[in-house]
Design a protein around this ligand. Structure first.
Ligand SMILES: [Fe+2]
Length: 170
């Protein structure tokens, strides 16, 4: 999703002794900030699901969603601090995340257990896809550290999707 008329100070970079080329760092910071926004948005939607799910599987789903949100939260911190380690500003306020997230908003009125699981599965799969793409993008930029970070995030997103989809299969 485009930020439209809003402009964040994503161009700000601090000088650093890090030997990665400035152009590489600038592009990696931008990529990291996009994923910070997307991952932050999905984390808040997963908490929303944790709070608002209903039905006979309530307690199992309530607990699962909290664990998935916690997993995302750890990665959010790592993504943000990779952006700052490269000399960037981590654009991680709620408003900054919301204005640039590509994750579609959680469908309103969705509370039934299986429907909530399906909505989350769609969103975890979407973030999994873009994160997998980010592994290659960072690698092509010559930033193996960022590529490795996205590889870790991607592996966890795959596992989270498996946990979610297991409720929809069989
Ligand atoms: Fe809670």
């Amino acid at each position: 999703m485009s930020t439209g008329t809003k402009k964040a100070d994503s161009g700000t970079t601090f000088s650093t002794r890090n030997d990665l080329a400035a152009e590489t760092r600038t592009k990696s910071i931008s990529l990291l900030n996009q994923h910070l926004a997307d991952t932050f948005d999905l984390m808040s939607q997963t908490k929303f699901a944790h709070w608002n799910v209903k039905g006979p599987d309530f307690i199992a789903l309530h607990k699962l969603f909290d664990e998935l949100a916690e997993g995302l939260e750890e990665h959010i911190d790592e993504i943000a601090e990779r952006a700052t380690a490269l000399g960037g500003v981590a654009l991680g306020t709620t408003r900054q995340a919301a204005s640039s997230s590509r994750v579609p908003e959680f469908p309103s009125g969705t509370h039934k257990g299986q429907d909530v699981v399906a909505a989350l599965a769609e969103r975890f799969a979407a973030l999994g896809k873009t994160t997998r793409e980010a592994i290659d993008t960072a690698d092509e930029l010559g930033d193996k550290g960022t590529s490795d970070l996205f590889t870790q995030v991607s592996r966890d997103l795959d596992q989270s999707l498996y946990f979610l989809e297991s409720h929809l299969q069989g």
